[in-house]
Write a protein that binds this ligand. Structure first.
Ligand SMILES: *Cc1c(COP(=O)(O)O)cnc(C)c1O
Length: 317
């Protein structure tokens, strides 16, 4: 089975020679941070599939949820504005005072999304209420889980691995893919795609928040869902790599080694990472190289999932 998406130019795969030679690997960076909408990121790629489905089914409004600096909320608000759709975002945080909206939230608000702030426990009630409100106003609202967690979102990254074959020649078959993993939808799509198209490659998901057990269960569930949708191209594994050692004290927390790695990547070759997502994934990559888990001369694809606005909103770096 295939899913349609909005047409978009795929992001570039760039070789980073200076960082690669310092790490003794061949380093390729998949630039999903540079895609068609400002801030780009993996949420854009997911939404290209999610919203194409909604468009075909004649929806004309969106309800979704996210945290104070949610890339998903920002990407959804921009896409809704481009489509001319109404958008209500349920933000699980206290409303910032006055004009103190930063990063993603500032863009979401500028794009005309209605922001409703609430506690974590009441997000789903508030989403239901927003759905009802939009229906009463005559809209047909589409409900999107936080983070764009969905079959379409997972499929987007399966499709991305399929497309990756165009960018990598035979000599450059990837040995490792590193990516920041949150809800795991991105990793699940990558895992299925890799097993189908590059079965020798290892995927290393670096957790940005969840403990390993919970994270793996979610990823394996999304993998099973996609695999059955696709007609079972792969044999599902019993285990995957979802490393929870680089989170620090939790989502959005930082630690000095992480900040050093972010400074090092930027100053060495202009690779801009953020402290919430990509910085943690790249820091893990660096540590895997340092401790010999990744052999020298390996072909490593670092999947840059976005996060610029998290960096710009951060007061830790
Ligand atoms: C949301 C996000 C992730 C995690 O994606 P999941 O599919 O939820 O695992 C990684 N990087 C960035 C920049 C993100 O915004």
């Amino acid at each position: 089975m295939m899913l349609e998406s909005f047409s978009f130019d795929d992001s570039k795969l760039e070789e980073y020679n200076i960082l690669g030679s310092k790490l003794n690997i061949n380093l390729f960076v998949k630039r999903d941070d540079l895609s068609q909408i400002l801030g780009g990121g993996n949420k854009f790629r997911k939404l290209c599939f999610i919203l194409r489905k909604a468009q075909k089914e004649e929806y004309n409004a969106i309800v979704t949820a996210g945290g104070l600096n949610s890339n998903h909320a920002r990407a959804t608000a921009i896409m809704a504005a481009k489509l001319g759709w109404r958008c209500i975002l349920i933000i699980h945080a206290d409303k910032p005072e006055g004009l103190n909206f930063k990063g993603n939230l500032k863009l979401a608000s500028l794009c005309g999304a209605e922001l409703r702030f609430t506690e974590m426990e009441t997000v789903s009630d508030e989403m239901d209420r927003a759905m009802t409100d939009l229906v009463e106003l005559g809209y047909k609202p589409y409900y999107i889980w936080g983070g764009g967690h969905s079959l379409e979102g997972t499929y987007a990254y399966y499709n991305a691995i399929d497309r990756l074959q165009k960018d990598l020649n035979v000599a450059n078959k990837p040995n490792y893919i590193f990516l920041a993993s949150g809800t795991g939808a991105t990793q699940a799509g990558v895992e299925i795609g890799i097993r189908q198209f590059y079965p020798e490659c290892k995927v290393i998901g670096v957790s940005v928040a969840r403990k390993s057990n919970r994270g793996k269960i979610a990823i394996l569930e999304s993998m099973a869902e996609l695999n059955s949708f696709l007609g079972f191209p792969i044999k599902l594994p019993s285990d995957i790599e979802f490393d929870d050692s680089w989170i620090g004290d939790g989502y959005e927390s930082t630690y000095p080694e992480l900040l050093d790695t972010i400074r090092w990547a930027a100053s060495t070759e202009g690779l801009i990472l953020d402290p919430t997502y990509t910085g943690k994934a790249f820091h893990a990559l660096k540590m895997y190289v340092n401790n010999g888990t990744i052999p020298s001369s390996a072909n490593v694809v670092f999947w840059h999932t976005g996060g610029l606005l998290n960096l710009m909103a951060s007061n830790q770096i």
